[in-house]
Write a protein that binds this ligand. Structure first.
Ligand code: KG4
Ligand code: ZN
Length: 333
């Protein structure tokens, strides 16, 4: 089954053709990052307009790369939630209209389910049940994937998402948007003990966490240094911050492994590209003797291939049309 998938929930307009949820026939991403970098973050109105300009061209490119005509696809899928609403609507309504005009099924896909499904494209043997650490710009969750469309949230952030914290710290350190990759780079060779930063603990909720205290600590540190005219060891601060994020996330996931006894563990979302997190997860998996699946860097950030992968399993579960879209519009996953 060949699914044409569209993704437009934030600042990438993307289209892909995916076969049977596992094979990438094409994968096109038109990034708006350079535009939003001028403003220090994503400007929703501009994002929607850019999606409007790009969505047809990007879809044509995806079909061409797959060597297909539009009427040869078996279904059309699109991210329908969550995301910047104006941005989501462009891809979702384009996908729905295209499906309608072709007389093919339309499959609405939850963006975070898509991030998790990115792993199916890289690892043919990966099957539920497995545990997932989702760390993106908008979400940070520990999820038990019971089946392809059956998810249980075991824990998550009480405030900021991990990626959001990276982006805010990057802004304070003056390295601009998008912050995650820049902080990751800046931390190379830095001393993770250069600054003592807080790691959150949520009382009576061992798989929940928080990033607001960490974020505030870095902001205060930077402002105090500025007031006193002191220079910050930026590389050390970036490394200390990466270490604190990792020390927040990885023990919670380790706890989830102990609680559930699940032996397959996956990471998903933009922050899954972080080199400190990848290393720490690799070390943890080794010590816990679990199988770790890390998505390739090319599939960590937003893309439509992951939407096409999840769409296949949503289709098999009969989740078609607009009803499911409404049902999960406000759902966490
Ligand atoms: O999953 P994603 O592409 O979009 C959302 O669904 O939110 O995640 C984007 C987030 C951004 O906050 C970005 O700064 C972060 O992922 N990110 C990283 C890295 N690459 C992207 N954070 C830390 N280290 C990275 N290498
Ligand atoms: Zn995303």
């Amino acid at each position: 089954m060949k699914i044409l998938a569209i993704e437009s929930s934030c600042d990438e307009t993307a289209a892909a053709v995916i076969e049977d949820g596992r094979k990438i026939l094409s994968n096109i991403i038109d990034s708006q990052v350079e535009t939003h970098a001028l403003y220090g973050g994503v400007v929703p109105e501009i994002a929607s307009r850019r999606h409007m300009e790009a969505v047809v061209r990007v879809t044509e490119c995806a079909l061409e790369q797959a060597g297909m005509q539009a009427d040869e696809v078996d279904a059309v899928a699109a991210t329908c939630a969550p995301g910047l609403i104006g941005a989501v609507l462009v891809g979702a309504n384009f996908g729905k209209s295209l499906a309608f005009s072709l007389g093919k099924p339309f499959i609405p896909v939850h963006h975070i389910r898509g991030h998790i499904a990115a792993n199916y494209l890289e690892f043919p043997d990966l099957k539920p049940p497995f545990l997932t650490l989702v760390a993106s710009g908008g979400h940070s969750l520990i999820v038990l994937v019971r089946d392809y469309t059956d998810f249980e949230i075991l824990g998550g952030t009480r405030d900021d998402a991990a990626g959001e914290a990276f982006d805010k710290v990057a802004r304070v350190l003056g390295v601009g948007y998008p912050g995650g990759p820049k902080i990751d780079k800046m931390a190379v060779g830095g001393d993770p003990n250069a600054y003592k930063l807080p790691v959150s603990h949520v009382k009576d909720a061992p798989m929940d966490f928080s990033f607001s205290g960490l974020k505030t600590a870095v902001i205060n540190l930077a402002h105090n240094a500025e007031q006193k005219g002191e220079t910050i060891d930026k590389s050390g601060l970036a490394a200390s911050f990466c270490r604190a994020v990792v020390d927040t996330l990885v023990p919670r996931l380790a706890h989830a492994i102990d609680e559930t006894g699940v032996k397959d563990v996956v990471c998903a979302g933009g922050v899954a590209a972080n080199s400190w997190l990848r290393q720490a997860l690799t070390d943890m998996a080794k010590s816990k003797r679990v199988q770790l699946y890390l998505p390739p860097l090319s599939l960590c950030g937003d893309n439509a291939a992951m939407i096409g992968a999840q769409a296949y399993y949503e289709f098999l579960a009969g989740h078609l049309g607009t009803t499911a879209q409404n049902a999960f519009a406000t759902a966490e996953i």
